[in-house]
Design a protein around this ligand. Structure first.
Ligand code: CA
Ligand code: CA
Length: 102
């Protein structure tokens, strides 16, 4: 059930955001947690950019998929949990809504 939900969620998010693909610079939300433990909120896919790829991977993480991703970067509201709230926030961020990561 989780996999089906995750797949449906991912497809919906991709369909929603493919209309407005926005590449956001990751420099705005760089978080330094000390040497060897740096990550960028929202850069779940860890390629230095925050974009649709990160949203897809975040949705998969929230759905419980076993994906290779940065769980710290996925917690975009910093409540120490990765769930659909994070997916919603990142989707809004990528769509240009007035939301802040962190
Ligand atoms: Ca990325
Ligand atoms: Ca969170």
């Amino acid at each position: 059930m989780k996999k089906i939900f995750g797949l449906i969620l991912t497809v919906c998010l991709v369909a929603m955001l493919v209309v407005t693909p926005i590449g956001v610079s990751a420099a705005d939300v760089d978080i330094d947690m000390g040497e060897g433990n740096e990550y960028v909120l929202g850069d779940v896919y860890e390629d230095g950019k925050i974009n649709l790829n990160d949203l897809v991977v975040l949705a998969q993480l929230a759905a419980g998929w076993n994906v290779d991703a940065d769980a710290d970067a996925a917690d975009v509201n910093v409540d120490y949990d990765v769930n659909l709230t994070d997916v919603q926030i990142l989707a809004k961020y990528l769509a240009g809504w007035d939301v802040t990561l962190g």
